[in-house]
Design a protein around this ligand. Sequence first.
Ligand SMILES: C[S@@+](CC[C@H](N)C(=O)[O-])C[C@H]1O[C@@H](n2cnc3c(N)ncnc32)[C@H](O)[C@@H]1O
Length: 248
Amino acid sequence: MGYKMNTTEKNTDQQVSDTETGEEKKDWGHIKSFVHRSVHMTPKQRKALEGELFQTWCLPYQAEPLNYEKVFGRSAPTVLEIGFGMGETSAKIAHTSTDKNFIGVEVFSGGVGALLNRIDEESIPNIRIIQHDAVDVVNNMLAPNSLDGVHIYFPDPWPKKRHHKRRLVQSPFIKQLVSRLKPGGYIHCATDWEDYAMQMMEVLSSEEALQNRFEGFAPRPDYRPLTKFENRGIKLGYGVWDLIFEKK
Ligand SMILES: C[S@@+](CC[C@H](N)C(=O)[O-])C[C@H]1O[C@@H](n2cnc3c(N)ncnc32)[C@H](O)[C@@H]1O
């Protein structure tokens, strides 16, 4: 069993039964991997969301493929991050990998506000944010064979069995995601939930267009920094599993 970082705290909030939310719609083509919650936002996060920072760094959702060169003003390898949370990892990675463009997708307003403030305070020019369901973004806003990498770090584990259908890493979505990768592009997932790690391994291994860059789970690469929650968990002896697969 993985350690309980903010992931778990968040999921405690999110463990709303389908009948409670009225969302049991049997829409198998579209994973509903999050629940809209009215969450507290700090005044600073709200200000970022409602002001110039949002206008500068956020891209509106559109149902047609983005032109990365136009959006970033340069031609560079482009990496998608799904569900960046508060954006701690996203900011650190983009700060270090200045040669790459990063597109962060997140639905949670507080997190979008927090990453906007990091971008501003740390002067990070190579991230753009899309506040929208990543499933729609992948399906409609990213061109086939266009991405160099995808990061999915600590996706909501949806620990209850009846909620497993809400997990992001499932075959139909991964297939769609892989179609957006260039050959040689990678998918990097990390989780602190052992059974989700096993599911990820099964799903990624069974995708014909992918090959594992490692034999089994990957060592955490230097570019993925340890978050404070992960560090706390590791000190308590809990596990974290990284998986890095490449498109053939
Ligand atoms: C458990 S948090 C992990 C955040 C961050 N990656 C980290 O490592 O701390 C998962 C995040 O994914 C976001 N999320 C879940 N499903 C999503 C979706 N379909 N589209 C965009 N964001 C999503 C949630 O709002 C949440 O902030």
